[in-house]
Structures are given as C-alpha cells and as structure tokens.
Design a protein around this ligand. Structure first.
Ligand code: FE2
Length: 178
C-alpha cells in the first residue's frame, strides 16, 4: 500500500487554507518578536535591578525568562508547522517591533517593576488581540495563545504584588501602565 499523498505537506496543516495560514503566521511573527524582546528585557532587569527586595525581584525574574523562552519556542514552531519561516534574529526583532526599547538600566526595584508592569500590559493586550484574530482562523493557535496569555497575566500579578504597600496602596506605577 502506497503512502497517501498530501499536496499541502510543507505548506500548511490539513484543513487550513493558505490565506488563513498566512494571516495567522503574520500575527504570530509579530508576537514572536515581542516574546523574544521580552525574554531579553527580563534578563536585563534581572541584571540591573537594585535596592529594596533586590533578591526577591532578582530571583523572581529567571523563571519568567525560562517560561517566556519556552513560549517563543512554541510560537516559532507553530509558525513552522503552518508552513512559515519563524524569524528569530536580532535584526528581525527590531524590524518588526512597534514598541519602544526598555528605557531603564541600573535602577531601584520599584521603578523597574513599574516599567515591567507596563511591558506586561502591552504584551497581554496584544496577545489578547492575537487570540481574537485567531478565533475565526485557527483554534489550535488560539489555544496556544490562551495558555501563554494566562501565564503572562500570572507574571504581571507577581510584578504588581510588589508594588503595593502594607495598606494595599500602589507604591509607584509608570504612567503608561494600566
Ligand atoms: Fe543571573
């Protein structure tokens, strides 16, 4: 018995047309660039944060780096699965991105956490928009991003929890943050 032929192998997955795949890949490439940017930014904060609760913040960030790195791997491989070319070079990140580079270097914990809060707000907002786009096109990619967004929202809560004093008031928050 000969193996079944499938003209779409090497292009996209069964049941998806080329136009839908192309749209999903385009959205995912932008999100892949954002995830690659985020994992670098989280390490940058890990290295540059100083001051109150230093060790708590410093050590909180490495598991977030690992998780975001795993997300970028899964998104890149989903792009490849759909027949696309996942772009992961530094040049591709800067070419795609529409957001400003992280602006703090060595700075106190509360300032870094406020800036990170704003970074996570942008990530989560754009991931939710991607989920909405995928809804009509590809439930598998939608499912992948729902799981990732839940993790990102958890990490934002970890960050925000450091920004409250004993009375529950917010200590400091970047003006661009939600
Ligand atoms: Fe380290």
């Amino acid at each position: 018995m000969s193996a079944p032929t499938n003209d779409s192998i090497g292009t996209t997955v069964p049941g998806m047309d080329a136009a839908s795949s192309s749209e999903v890949i385009s959205v995912m490439q932008e999100r892949l660039s954002a995830l690659l940017d985020l994992q670098l930014t989280l390490k940058h904060v890990h290295w540059n944060v100083v001051g109150v609760n230093f060790i708590a913040v410093h050590e909180m960030l490495d598991p977030q780096v690992d998780a975001v790195r795993a997300m970028s791997d899964a998104v890149a491989e989903r792009i490849a699965t759909l027949g696309g070319e996942p772009l992961g070079t530094p040049g591709s990140i800067t070419k795609v991105r529409s957001w400003d580079d992280y602006e703090l270097n060595r700075a106190p914990t509360v300032r870094h956490l406020s800036a990170l809060d704003a970074v996570y707000s942008g990530m989560i907002t754009d991931h939710r928009a991607a989920i909405a786009r995928f809804g009509d096109l590809d439930p598998i990619s939608e499912d992948l991003f729902i799981g990732h967004t839940a993790q990102l929202e958890l990490f934002q809560w970890f960050v925000r929890a450091h920004l409250q004093d004993a009375d529950g008031d917010v200590v400091f928050r970047n003006t661009e943050s939600n």
